[in-house]
Write a protein that binds this ligand. Structure first.
Ligand code: ISJ
Length: 263
């Protein structure tokens, strides 16, 4: 682990995030998929179609270990943390590739609950075409699952970022951890210059990846043709996603991890 390899990983995740958002943006909002009342199994049934879909998908993805002699379930990897851990019996067992990269006590620190509510309440309304419903709920929610999984992986990777930064300056971090000084920890792990690079780069990726391609090349945004000229996902929404949610939540993971780094 070095700051360079950590940043390289986060840069790669940007591509997956932008492509996942582009996929979700192809579908209408399909609101009933997110409304627990839609399934209508009675008053005690309070899960939406989307929640059931994610829960069952995670259960299947964790089960690969049962059909292969070597453990290979999705959550054997420390990079992957399920949203519904209680449905994933082996998630918290020592993973296949449990290495010394993370300190054991805070190895499973995560903000999946916050990612879940932010995604559905804040991001999805900005992303999906409003007002229509094509009934294609499984296909639509499958693209939500892809967004949720990569956002979770990127944001909870803050554990690895924090471990790297801790090792880089053990003395200063140790004294701030001992005095439980959240604000000072937050300040120390923040690099505003780096955040600025990240935000401007993802916005640019949304511009480049979100163009329509023809045999003559990409159709560019063009004032003469403004009704047609648009990107598959709004670059300013991607900037905002990182500015308001992805980076702050990553740093929240970093602080939580550090607070338990000496346990
Ligand atoms: C990930 C890092 O740590 C912090 C979090 C960042 C992020 O989530 O992109 C960027 C800069 C830092 O404030 C880093 O320094 O690269």
């Amino acid at each position: 682990l070095s700051l360079d390899t950590v940043r390289e990983f986060l840069t790669g995740e940007e591509d997956t995030i932008v492509f996942s958002l582009i996929e979700r943006a192809r579908y209408p909002l399909n609101r009933p998929a997110y409304d627990p009342a839609y399934l209508g199994f009675g008053p005690r049934h309070d899960a939406s179609f989307a929640e059931l879909f994610v829960r069952e998908s995670e259960a299947v993805q964790s089960k690969v270990r049962f059909i292969h002699p070597r453990p290979a379930g999705r959550y054997q990897s420390l990079l992957e943390i399920p949203f519904f851990a209680y449905r994933v019996p082996f998630a918290m067992a020592p993973p296949f590739n449990f290495t010394s990269e993370l300190y054991p006590a805070p190895a499973f620190v995560n903000v999946n609950d916050a990612i879940w509510s932010t995604y559905f309440n804040d991001l999805l309304p900005l992303l999906a075409k409003n007002g229509s419903d094509d009934g294609n709920y499984a296909v639509t929610v499958d693209t939500d699952l892809a967004c949720l999984q990569v956002l979770s992986r990127r944001i909870n990777y803050g554990r690895f970022v924090a471990e790297t930064k801790f090792r880089g300056d053990q003395q200063t971090y140790t004294s701030l951890i001992q005095s439980k000084d959240r604000d000072a920890l937050m300040k120390l792990l923040t690099s505003e210059a780096q955040e600025d690079v990240v935000k401007r780069r993802v916005q640019k990726k949304a511009v480049v990846f979100g163009q329509s391609i023809t045999l003559d090349g990409p159709i560019e945004t063009d004032a003469r043709n403004s009704s047609q000229a648009k990107f598959k996902v709004d670059p300013s929404v991607v900037y905002k996603l990182y500015d308001q949610w992805v980076i702050p939540l990553t740093k929240q993971v970093e602080v939580e991890y550090l607070l338990h780094r000496l346990d």
